[in-house]
Design a protein around this ligand. Structure first.
Ligand code: KIV
Length: 251
């Protein structure tokens, strides 16, 4: 799998999540640059209140299904697997966890943070594993931070995001997600590094690409839709309509 496209200056990048075979096969036919098997899996598929409940075994199971869907779609999309919370605390654990996700079928891994994980990121890269960064608001810190707090409202927060971005560039990440930061900070970080930034909740066209959670885009998980998400279909309502029609046909 070639990551060369991420070195092309001025190119824009498309990314979306998937967690199962049929979704990966349908999305794969559209060839987004990245299909992320995100740990958002925990919330939109497994029904947990946040991503901290996701395990490596959950990720392996869903990455393998997505890999089969991407393969059968003939897609050139890069499959990225999320390292779940508490699976990369030490350098050895980070490397072993990353290797498990690659073995399950991911082409690259993503973890949340930069400065705090520099040796971990270096070890993963030295083992030849491609890395997508994740900076800004870090959902795996939700319990520690007491909620999902947008970053970039203070100079300390902004500095930290810049430093995390620099670490990711230095270790050779092919790109980085930047989540829930002020649009100004997203634009400044994008200008300050060579690797592409992929935004979510970070303003309109402030980054070199966008990523979205599949369920938010199609309206498949209507109980919680993040304020920044644009819902482009109402799949939950359509499922209800079709299943009701089927149930009625039995009576
Ligand atoms: O888990 C996920 O889906 C993510 C995206 C929100 C970037 O990390």
């Amino acid at each position: 799998m070639s990551f060369d496209r991420f070195k092309v200056a001025d190119r824009r990048f498309s990314a979306i999540t998937a967690y199962d075979y049929p979704t990966a096969r349908v999305i794969g036919e559209l060839n987004p640059d990245i299909i992320l098997v995100g740990d958002s899996l925990g919330m939109v598929v497994l029904g947990f209140p946040d991503t901290t409940h996701v395990t490596l075994a959950h990720m392996e199971h869903h990455i393998a299904a997505v890999a089969r869907g991407v393969l059968d779609s003939g897609s050139s999309s890069i499959i990225v697997g999320d390292l779940p919370a508490n699976t990369y605390e030490t350098v050895d654990a980070a490397l072993a966890s990353a290797q498990r996700l690659i073995k399950a079928g991911a082409h690259a891994v993503k973890l949340e943070g930069g400065v705090d994980f520099e040796p971990h990121l270096k070890a993963i890269r030295e083992a030849g594993i491609e890395v997508l960064g994740h900076i800004g608001m870090l959902p795996q810190q939700v319990l520690k931070e007491g909620g999902y707090k947008k970053k970039g409202k203070t100079s300390e927060e902004s500095l930290r995001v810049f430093e995390d971005a620099q670490v990711l560039e230095c270790v050779g990440a092919f790109a980085t997600v930047i989540e829930s930061v002020t649009p100004e900070l997203a634009a400044q970080v994008t200008e300050s590094i060579e690797i592409p930034t992929i935004g979510i909740g970070a303003g309109n066209r402030t980054c070199r690409g966008e990523i979205a959670v599949f369920h938010d885009v199609v309206g498949a998980s209507p109980w919680f839709v993040p304020p920044f998400a644009t819902q482009r279909a109402s799949v939950a309502a359509e499922i209800k309509r079709a299943v009701q029609e089927y149930l009625d046909s039995i009576k």
